[in-house]
Design a protein around this ligand. Structure first.
Ligand code: EPZ
Length: 422
């Protein structure tokens, strides 16, 4: 496995293009299972998670072709040849669980492995299952698999109310409801841009969906969906990650394809640290003079709140702030794994349950570090941009799941960053 070596190298200047959103693209790919006509996705990020889900879809009978150097994906599920998503595939990628709604609603039954826990928390799927049961599915759990069966004649529209926001659960419910009989109303639905983009794609395929981007989504079931071409929305988490790079290292970086409405709450917090953000019609420009950031308190929340997927990166920035910041993680119970690694680089972080108190330091030192999830890994690279000497980030596998050509993108704005064999 490769490692990434970052050496603190002063301010960053230049442009970084933002790729299509990983988490959106994964759910868009599952939508292809809803129709026997082709779905073409453009602006597809070149990431290992995308390939992993592509392989799962192929195992279900969906043809998957990457075109244009991997930036365009042609999916065609003329016939579903298997209704079972195997453990070996699902365990690698939790988003795989989102094939359940589409196969169940189209085929009348589906068997999908339970994904199991992961580094950031237990990540249950009970709410996905609750939603499908509301739509009339009978569920049995056997040997680690969920077997779901629709009533004769298909799923039946219903009111589904989530007790708290679940992105994946909302998306499984939406896809299942598109081909159900009658109307489904989802209350306390996810408002994430990923979910909105999925609804946009499903609407282009002929689904009848109202209220995407609000807490109440209404879906009127249709008999069939047809093919479509859809452009994957910009990755707001990649955007936020690269916005933090000049906040830490100083300089001026233009994030091409960036939009403030995708990361509004995050922008507010970053500005409160003293960083300048300018929106243009094609980008966001981030400027910082390299002086010490002001401390700021952050609480993660479902969209439109501050995203949990930017908490680790924000912590990396606040490690260098002039004062004490408190980060409160409310979405996942174990999402501070970056803290001990940042401490190895000289940060002062005290984690107590869901709270992390960060006392900013003037300087940090490069070290050998590694992390067990994607966003934690990237936070170490960000800290390495200002730390003295070399920061060597191991387990690059995690980064490749979610960041396309990270060393090229950061290298292009002046970071000293290299991928090397371990
Ligand atoms: C999505 O995960 C993202 N993944 C995550 O991105 C992101 O952190 C998360 O949403 C929150 O924004 C994808 O879209 C592929 P949830 P998801 O269901 O859908 C609990 C990244 O780094 N819950 O909104 O799995 C759950 O345990 C990743 O790119 C239940 O209890 O998140 C969590 O505490 C990591 N029962 C909370 O809800 C359920 O049935 C929110 O989870 C479902 C969820």
């Amino acid at each position: 496995m490769d490692k990434i070596v970052v050496t603190g190298n002063g301010p960053l200047n230049g442009q970084i293009p933002i790729s299509g959103a990983k988490n959106t693209c994964l759910k868009l790919m599952t939508a292809a299972l809803l129709s026997d006509e082709p779905l073409t996705l453009t602006n597809v990020p070149r990431l290992s998670d995308i390939k992993t889900l592509g392989a799962l879809l192929e195992s279900l009978g969906c043809e998957v072709a990457l075109l244009n150097g991997g930036n365009v994906m042609a999916l065609s599920a003329g016939t579903i040849t298997s209704r079972k998503a195997e453990y070996d595939m699902v365990r690698k990628l939790r988003a795989s669980f989102n094939v359940l709604g589409p196969i169940l609603t189209r085929e009348g039954e589906a068997t999908v492995s339970l994904p199991g826990g992961c580094a950031i928390g237990a990540r249950k799927v009970d709410l996905h299952l609750m939603a499908l049961e509301k739509l009339g599915a009978t569920l049995t759990l056997e040997e680690g698999y969920v077997h779901a069966k629709a009533p004769e004649g298909g799923l039946i529209g219903a009111v589904i109310e989530f007790p708290f926001v679940t992105v994946g659960g909302t998306e499984n419910a939406i896809t299942a409801a598109t081909l159900a009989n009658g109307t489904t109303v989802i209350k306390n639905a996810a408002r994430e841009p990923d979910t909105v983009d999925l609804c946009k794609c499903l609407s282009a395929m002929g689904a009848k969906i109202d209220g995407a981007g609000t807490s109440t989504i209404t879906i009127e079931g249709v008999d069939r969906l047809h093919g479509a071409t859809h452009e994957v929305i910009a990755d707001r988490i990649e955007l936020g990650t690269f916005m933090i790079a000049p906040a830490i290292a100083g300089g001026e970086v233009e994030l091409l394809g960036g939009r403030r409405d995708l990361v509004e709450a995050f922008c507010g917090k970053l500005e409160a640290t003293g960083v300048q953000i300018e929106e243009t019609d094609k980008s966001l420009i981030v400027r910082h003079d390299g002086s010490r950031l002001k401390p700021v308190d952050v609480e993660t929340e479902p969209f439109p709140g501050f995203p949990t997927d930017l908490q680790a990166q924000m912590m990396a920035a606040l490690c260098f702030a002039d004062g004490v910041s408190v980060l409160h993680e409310t979405i996942f119970e174990n999402r501070f794994m970056h803290a001990p690694e940042l401490i190895r680089m000289g940060a002062q972080v005290d984690v107590q349950g869901g709270h992390a108190t960060v006392t900013g330091v003037e300087a940090m030192k490069g070290a050998q570090v590694m992390a067990t999830d994607l966003r934690a890994s990237v936070s170490l690279i960000l800290a390495g941009l200002k730390a003295e000497g070399e920061t060597v980030v191991g387990r690059v596998y995690h980064l490749d799941r979610g960041y396309e050509r990270i060393e090229e993108k950061l290298g292009a704005v002046g970071a000293k960053i290299e991928r090397m064999p371990e």
